[in-house]
Design a protein around this ligand. Structure first.
Ligand code: FE
Ligand code: FE
Ligand code: ZN
Length: 304
């Protein structure tokens, strides 16, 4: 099983630190941003320790082909304000370049938002820019993420995602990242995994599914909220997430946790990563009913 989580990339070790973080959780893959997801400031590639990171992966049986980069949230290729979408496009090109230079091929991208403009036109523009970007960087595989349907988000059902994919010339350069929290919040019923996968397969095709974000959700199906919850503690529930991951039709995909850090008290500044424990839960298929306590106890007197 290919299972990992979102990891940080901060100085001084940057990419090398990301690999070490993933290893500390028992992950065999991971996802990272090439800089802060909310802004476009980027540390120069030569400072990221790329060579050392790749070497560390090799020594720890982490396959570089399974590493996923997530594009910054700022990118909105669907904004029909031409100046803004042009900026987004340039940002996307720079992210693709960084992704490839870091040895990775998968770039997860939020399809954007229509900002009140016509959705279809907005989706057409996303496809237009994706084609242009792929033309420049044919080595990339852009994975459009399924979205929860907050505000005017695009990609809130399989039809919208398929509508973009259909327009992409180089089909080998496009795919989907399915986020379990997002599709729950968008209205898909994760009590019925086979129905969801059938629908995905009929509309898009499961061959386009490369990566799954595994998150529980704080909200009920159809809430359009997008608030992630720790595994087993949300409205999707442990059994549904396990049934999803282990479904033989998709069990060879890359699974990435993006669940929230855990705090001892609501007001605490310090919070702890849940991933080591959540990965254990998924690999053992055992629900940990003391998840938060175990995380806090493990990290609190930090020697790890
Ligand atoms: Fe995302
Ligand atoms: Fe996600
Ligand atoms: Zn989300």
């Amino acid at each position: 099983m290919k299972i990992g989580c979102h990891v940080g990339m901060v100085g001084p070790e940057y990419y090398l630190g990301s690999v070490k973080e993933a290893i500390s959780y028992g992950a065999n893959t991971f996802m990272l941003y090439t800089g802060a997801p909310q802004n476009s400031f980027r540390t120069p590639l030569e400072n990221l320790n790329i060579y050392e990171a790749l070497d560390m992966m090799k020594k720890n049986n982490i396959d570089i082909n399974n590493i996923v980069v997530h594009a910054p949230y700022l990118i909105n290729l669907g904004n029909l304000d031409q100046e803004k979408s042009k900026n987004s496009y340039n940002m996307l090109l720079s992210e693709i370049n960084r992704t490839l230079k870091m040895g990775c091929r998968y770039l997860v991208l939020h399809p954007g938002a229509s900002m009140g403009y016509d959705r279809e036109e907005s989706l057409n523009q996303v496809a237009y820019y994706l084609n242009a970007a792929i033309e420049k960087y044919p080595g990339i595989i852009i994975l459009i993420e399924t979205m929860a349907g907050k505000g005017s988000e695009l990609g809130i059902n399989f039809n919208e995602i398929n509508y973009i994919i259909q327009q992409i010339k180089h089909k080998e350069c496009i795919g989907v990242c399915l986020d379990t929290c997002h599709i729950n919040d968008a209205g898909y019923d994760l009590n019925k995994i086979d129905d969801v996968l059938n629908e995905f397969d009929n509309i898009i095709g499961l061959n386009y599914l490369y990566v799954c974000h595994i998150n529980d959700s704080k909200n009920e199906k159809g809430a359009h909220k997008d608030r992630h919850e720790n595994i087993g503690l949300g409205k999707i529930g442990f059994d549904n997430l396990i049934n999803f991951i282990y479904n033989p039709r998709i069990s060879d995909r890359i699974f990435i946790l993006e669940t929230p850090y855990v705090k001892e008290n609501e007001k605490d500044k310090i919070s702890y990563p849940p991933y080591k424990f959540e990965i254990e839960m998924i690999l053992s298929k055992n629900n940990n009913l003391n998840l938060k306590e175990d995380i806090i106890n493990y990290y609190k007197n930090d020697t790890h």
